[in-house]
Design a protein around this ligand. Structure first.
Ligand SMILES: Nc1ncnc2c1ncn2[C@@H]1O[C@H](COP(=O)(O)OP(=O)(O)OP(=O)(O)O)[C@@H](O)[C@H]1O
Ligand SMILES: Nc1nc2c(ncn2[C@@H]2O[C@H](COP(=O)(O)O)[C@@H](O)[C@H]2O)c(=O)[nH]1
Length: 205
């Protein structure tokens, strides 16, 4: 019997809102079967980041070759660096019936929406802009200039949240994780119900 395709879950939102923190917490809780899609980037590794775990770190030339050969489901140039999602991994994993989890910025999420309208798109929202800035500052990975750039982009990104299926506030990490897992579970139930009703209808004909 043909395996049902998995669900493509896209978590997006402004820089510093806590996407990475929430994603890592969900994966550490070991109560989901999501497969994380590791992105490719031309950004230099931050302290402690490992190639093939946090990102696949590439040169700009290597990344541009990947674009040229249609190896990316989506890609974006974000604050001076390229970021992209390898398409083969996503396709293979979904076709094995597994849910794939992407954690990407907003321009990339919009591209994925076009290619995978059936995906589940979740926007992670900060409690306020001042809290967002304080999170980026506290993380301590960006220069003042980059922080200002990321805040400017963040305001534009927040205006696009209507394009998502769900908006989840990241006030507390644990709560945000629970909300996301509940949304995914509800989406699976909805899809199973539709598939069941559809099958039943065909049997009657
Ligand atoms: N709910 C929260 N309350 C307080 N601090 C938080 C919360 N969620 C995340 N943080 C902190 O905010 C900072 C930014 O988080 P994180 O790096 O996960 O954001 P991000 O959205 O992945 O950023 P980027 O898009 O730049 O990669 C980190 O220092 C993290 O510990
Ligand atoms: N469009 C994409 N955006 C991605 C991807 N992987 C990560 N990201 C996002 O980029 C920014 C910056 O990340 P950082 O690690 O330098 O702080 C952040 O919003 C990530 O979510 C991707 O494959 N495509």
């Amino acid at each position: 019997m043909k395996k049902e395709r998995g669900l493509l879950i896209v978590l997006s939102g402004p820089s510093g809102v806590g996407k990475g923190t929430v994603r890592k917490t969900i994966f550490s809780q070991n109560d989901t079967n999501f497969e994380y899609s590791i992105s490719v980037t031309t950004r230099k590794p931050r302290e402690g980041e490992v190639d093939g775990v946090d990102y696949f770190f590439k040169s700009r030339e290597e990344f541009e070759e990947m674009i040229k050969h249609d190896k990316l489901l989506e890609w974006a140039e974000y604050v001076g660096n390229y970021y992209g999602t390898p398409i083969d991994y996503v396709e293979k994993t979904l076709s094995e019936g597994k849910d794939v989890f992407l954690e990407i910025e907003v321009q990339g999420a919009i591209q994925v929406r076009k290619a995978f309208a059936e995906g589940l798109f979740i926007f992670l929202m900060p409690p306020s802009l001042s809290e967002l800035k304080s999170r980026i500052v506290t993380r301590g990975t960006e220069t003042n200039e980059l922080i200002e750039n990321r805040m400017k982009v963040a305001k534009e990104e927040i205006e696009l949240m209507d394009a998502y299926d769900y908006v989840v506030e990241n006030d507390h990490v644990e709560l945000a994780c629970e909300r996301i897992k509940a949304i995914v579970q509800a989406e699976h139930c909805r899809r199973e119900r539709i598939a069941h009703l559809y099958k039943k209808m065909l049997e009657v004909e």
